[in-house]
Write a protein that binds this ligand. Structure first.
Ligand SMILES: C[S@@+](CC[C@H](N)C(=O)[O-])C[C@H]1O[C@@H](n2cnc3c(N)ncnc32)[C@H](O)[C@@H]1O
Length: 333
């Protein structure tokens, strides 16, 4: 079925959240979507409109968007991870004919028509399914190969980074992407260890970090920040986000809304700065914003959220992943 035209006026928000426990919902793929109510209020899915989910995961948000835009809403969806595409296809099966899913990164959505979408969603980071599958190598909670690629068929693994990058580059990675105070010491220890035997498993890396930074009763595992940093580098998450925002913007129709959920300050800063530039009513000709050099223009977007929205206390109590989630939304002028 082809999507209907986008030329109709937006209708009043109609927010219906489907239950998350329907039978056959992406069997074996466990991921509880965060800030569902807020996402639906932001995107206001409506019948006959087109939506794009650039980070499908298990299809939880996508399913809610299709349900709320019934009977004629259409959804394009992508994910780098083919396991996510499989799970989302299964979960979205009841909406057959109303979606098109492809494996790939959201910076490459040339297959989605330009200025077609009434709403675009990014729910960044990794899914619980990726984290909880030891073979994917994302977590220090269970031993597995140091892979960490969201698309296991593409790019270099976390192990390849750890075994080949110079010490200084590794220290910069842990410091810049993980805000890790012991970045230099961890990098030095990795270089010492890899001279004896290559870094191959998550357990090996977690134990090494724990030796550098003993836990001393702290609730947070000392490897938390370094694992996040390594994942960001392995998947070029920030580079793809910067470039992807530009591409996705071209897929949004006028009056359409762009909603992005981030989980750490680095990606939130990229989104905040991109949205801030869209809602400004002037261009900055040089690298520094000087009031006397500003060139007035009409804003490209309206801010729907002045500040990032956070998950409710009720949600964070039920789903600890939601604690670090921040949602920002703009509307295209
Ligand atoms: C937090 S999960 C999304 C969960 C989803 N909203 C749901 O309701 O199930 C993030 C997903 O985004 C995918 N992802 C991350 N970066 C991506 C990118 N640049 N392009 C496409 N998919 C990406 C990951 O593979 C993961 O499946």
């Amino acid at each position: 079925m082809k999507p209907k035209s986008q030329q109709q006026k937006p209708e009043a928000a109609q927010v219906r959240t489907p239950p998350e426990t329907e039978p056959g919902a992406g069997r074996g793929f466990t991921h509880v979507p965060v800030m569902m109510r807020e996402v639906l209020e932001a995107l206001r899915p409506a019948d006959g409109r087109i939506y794009l989910d650039g980070t499908l995961g298990g299809g939880g948000h996508a399913r809610a968007i299709l349900e709320a835009s019934s009977p004629g809403g259409f959804l394009y969806g992508c994910d780098r991870d083919e396991a996510a595409i499989r799970a989302a296809s299964e979960r979205l099966a009841p909406y057959s004919g109303r979606f098109e899913l492809r494996q790939g990164v959201f910076e490459q959505v040339d297959w989605v028509p330009e200025e077609a979408c009434a709403g675009i969603l990014l729910d960044l980071g990794v899914s619980s399914h990726q984290l909880d599958t030891p073979g994917r190598g994302f977590s220090f909670m269970a031993d597995g190969p140091l892979d960490m690629r969201m698309n296991p068929r593409e790019g270099i693994t976390a192990a390849e980074i750890l075994n080949s990058w110079p010490e200084g580059e590794l220290a910069r990675l842990f410091w810049e992407y993980g805000d890790e105070r012991a970045a230099r010491r961890i990098a030095r220890r990795i270089v010492e260890e890899r001279q004896m035997s290559p870094m191959t498993t998550t357990g090996q890396l977690a134990a090494l970090i724990e030796r550098v930074e003993p836990r001393r009763g702290r609730p947070k595992h000392p490897a938390t920040q370094s694992f996040q940093a390594l994942r960001i580098a392995t998947n070029d998450e920030l580079g793809i986000l910067r470039r992807g925002l530009e591409t996705l913007w071209t897929r949004l129709a006028r009056g359409g809304r762009f909603a992005i959920i981030t989980f750490h300050s680095l990606e939130d800063r990229v989104v905040k700065e991109y949205f801030r530039a869209l809602v400004r009513d002037y261009d900055i000709p040089g690298p520094v914003d000087r009031a006397d050099l500003r060139v007035p223009r009409a804003p490209y977007a309206l801010a729907v959220t002045r500040k990032a929205l956070r998950a409710s206390e009720e949600e964070t109590a039920a789903n600890p992943r939601a604690r670090s989630a921040q949602l920002r939304v703009v509307e295209k002028c």
